[in-house]
Design a protein around this ligand. Structure first.
Ligand SMILES: *Cc1c(COP(=O)(O)O)cnc(C)c1O
Length: 456
């Protein structure tokens, strides 16, 4: 049974947030514009904002800006507020923990919440073997640690990633991303020994999983050589790359090859994990049991927390003191994460992700019938995207249509629907709502997007 979320009067915030779209000023409104003017004086231009409306409150599937405009949030802070904005039990857990202890540093005097998060990760990541974790602050830091741990365990130097992948903005992860602009342009020199292997992108390459895997494995063997390869880092469903779901069998074949060759298989589930796809981790849908799983984004309901979780013998290869950091596994973030795991069970959120996937897929397939620039509808659970192509190229060259994506996202924002873009060519609209979003809100948002397509 689904324990329905009280979507109107959160116990823990002062003003209720009605779960409805409401636009009362221009977007952005005068108050947002005033803050934006102050921001441009003091915040680096290197930090951008998709939509410069300044948010004052949020609950469930709605964010409210300082001018009183209410947006249906189909981005959830890029898959962070997966269980809903200001979820009551998470906010309560944060308040409680904040009053008890804010920080000691786990590597000085530890606390139970860190251990509890590691237990929950061991329980809910794929695989029946003994698992251990290290907690850190951000997704990129989890990737860095995953690579570090794999190198230590294998004693090998090289790391491999897949084309169209995204792994972060630190020095190592910049080298691991497919896209240079804007993430890496001008920031080099970059970390060495990072190799980019072909991915599986069924809409474009037309290959079966078996064919695509053969191509990737040939690259790994010829270009690197298994004896020098510490790990292969893959996103089960590529996030920034445009929610690319690989052909069936592609990733299991790569995992088998890794296992046979002593290469650590690392699943970057930072965007696809934590109930987003209707399973705790997307690996489960694809038949993967990674050696290491990286989680972040949705893991703590909006607080900064990330983890590397995996086979105990790999995690224990590091010397004492080799892993950790000042803020890693902060007690408040851990308390929030424990509440997130609890809410996923209590509110049957895996089922909610599946519901959202069904609703979105049906609605977007409906739009694809009407608008021929929608080349493909794809994704799993509450991680669905449409790839837009130039008119008339959908069954031939599939030319990317970033202009249409930008126009639709901008038009939707004006009407109170916040939808994110993605894709190496910027031609993907991605739907990454919180699992608290109702079918009514989704229908309303799709109606707005339908009108935006019609107006193109
Ligand atoms: C967001 C993301 C990262 C980086 O996480 P940060 O917390 O922004 O450092 C890494 N991998 C994937 C798949 C992501 O979506």
């Amino acid at each position: 049974m689904t324990d329905t979320l009280d979507t109107t009067t959160p116990s823990t915030t002062s003003t209720p947030v009605a779960q409805e779209r409401r636009i009362v000023t221009a977007v952005p409104g005068p108050r947002s514009q005033a803050i934006h003017a102050r921001r441009t004086a003091v915040v680096s231009d290197g930090v951008t904002s998709v939509l410069p409306v300044y948010i004052e409150r949020a609950h469930g599937g709605i964010v409210v800006d300082v001018d009183g405009n209410q947006f249906i949030d189909l981005g959830a802070g890029i898959g962070v507020t997966t269980i809903g904005h200001t979820e009551e039990s998470v906010v309560d857990a944060i308040r409680q923990q904040a009053g008890d202890v804010l920080h000691t540093l786990f590597t000085i005097t530890p606390y139970e919440e860190y251990v509890r998060v590691a237990e929950l990760l061991a329980e809910h990541t794929p695989g029946d073997f003994a698992k251990k974790s290290v907690l850190v602050n951000s997704g990129a830091e989890a990737v860095e640690n995953g690579v570090k741990i794999a190198r230590k365990y294998t004693g090998r130097r090289a790391i491999a990633v897949l084309d169209h992948g995204y792994h972060g903005r630190t020095n190592l992860t910049m080298a691991m991303n497919y896209k240079a602009a804007p993430y890496a342009t001008g920031y080099g020199p970059f970390a060495g020994d990072v190799y980019h292997a072909p991915n599986s992108y069924p809409y474009h390459d037309g290959l079966t999983g078996e064919q695509a895997a053969a191509r990737t494995i040939a690259y790994l063997e010829k270009r690197i050589g298994a004896v020098d390869l510490a790990c292969l880092v893959v996103e089960p469903i590529q996030g920034e790359g445009g929610f690319v779901v690989p052909a069936e069998g592609f990733l299991p074949a790569l995992q088998d090859w890794c296992t046979a060759n002593g290469v650590v298989f690392i699943a970057d589930e930072i965007q696809s994990g934590m109930a987003r796809t209707g399973a705790y981790f997307a690996s489960e849908h694809l038949g993967l049991v990674p050696d290491l799983v990286l989680s972040a984004k949705g893991i703590a309901g909006g607080l900064p927390l990330a983890a590397v979780t995996g086979r105990a013998e790999i995690m224990d290869a590091s010397q004492p003191g080799g892993l950790g950091g000042t803020f890693g596994g902060n007690p408040v973030a851990c308390a929030a994460s424990v509440a997130v795991f609890d809410a996923i069970e209590r509110r049957s959120l895996l089922g909610e992700a599946t519901r959202i996937g069904n609703t979105l897929t049906a609605a977007l397939n409906g739009l694809a019938e009407k608008y021929d620039i929608i080349g493909e509808v794809r994704g799993i659970g509450a991680m669905i995207a449409i790839e837009l192509v130039q008119p008339g190229t959908g069954s031939t060259t599939k030319e990317p249509n970033a202009a249409a994506v930008n126009a639709i996202a901008a038009a939707a924002a004006q009407q109170g629907v916040l939808v994110l873009t993605a894709g190496t060519y910027g031609n993907v609209l991605r739907f990454l709502p919180s699992l608290a979003v109702t079918d009514e809100l989704l229908a309303d948002a799709i109606e707005v997007i339908d009108q935006a397509f019609a107006a193109l």
